[in-house]
Design a protein around this ligand. Structure first.
Ligand code: PGA
Length: 241
């Protein structure tokens, strides 16, 4: 695990964007695993800026997002479909057919999950997986628990996650209770993993990720078993390491 500590959110975002850009420059048809949430927003902004300066070309890239809420339509501003278009895809030249996001509106969740894993496999697997991290150590929506479901699956969101994500909704009651997420195996099969964290409220999760016991109670700790993980965090998130 390589841990890079940057001064603040802006510097963290810049560094992360440089790493993604170098992946896409070296392999223009890279398969990128992408994350949502507040943390990668700065990185997406930096990538858009690079694209506007002709420094990066996404025309051959493919993307697979980590997760999506159940029962929010793509037009709902809180859905991750909407987020990705609004914050990234609509500003770059990635062909729509190369974008993959789980369908949270499906009436056949099992099939959606199986097909998503198949699509990732058919695309050749993920070259670079970008991850945020929950204060409870979740990655994607793989929440702490006695057992982890390794493949793409539906989850009941943890109370802490509903609480943390309620800031994006008008009220906590509006936060969906279920989501679909890629599993830990899909994440760990990525050739390279980039985990980002910013702020004091992630410091404990980062400490457990970097030096805690590997445990399903802290899903991010499983990243210790992967040979190519880069963690880019700001000073606040690095406070306990
Ligand atoms: P955040 O979410 O980037 O909004 O903090 C990260 C996560 O919950 O995985």
């Amino acid at each position: 695990m390589r841990v890079i500590i940057e001064k603040d959110y802006k510097a963290m975002s810049k560094k992360a964007a440089l790493l993604v850009a170098s992946q896409v420059r070296l392999k223009p048809d890279s398969v990128l695993g992408l994350a949502t949430g507040s943390t990668p927003l700065g990185m997406y902004d930096e990538l858009i800026e690079m694209y506007n300066k002709d420094e990066i070309d996404f025309s051959e890239a493919k993307t697979f997002n980590l997760d999506e809420y159940c029962n929010l339509s793509p037009e709902n501003p809180q859905s991750y479909h909407y987020y990705m278009n609004d914050n990234f895809f609509s500003y770059i030249n990635i062909p729509e057919k190369n974008i993959n996001i789980l369908d949270g509106m499906t009436d056949d969740v099992k099939r959606e999950c199986i097909e998503y894993d198949m699509k990732i496999k058919r695309a050749g697997g993920i070259d670079l997986q970008v991850l945020g991290i929950g204060p409870n150590g979740h990655i994607g929506f793989n929440e702490p628990g006695e057992r982890l479901n390794v493949k793409t699956h539906q989850v009941d969101l943890a109370e802490e996650t509903i609480e943390a994500n309620s800031r994006f909704f008008d009220s906590k009651e509006e936060v969906p209770k279920k989501a679909i997420t890629v599993g830990i195996a899909t994440i760990l099969k990525a050739r390279r993993i980039l985990l980002l964290a910013s702020g004091k409220n992630k410091a404990h999760a980062i400490k457990e990720t970097v030096s805690g016991h590997v445990s399903t109670q802290v899903p991010s700790s499983l990243l210790q078993t992967h040979p190519e993980v880069t963690i880019i965090i700001d000073e606040a998130a690095a406070e306990l390491i």
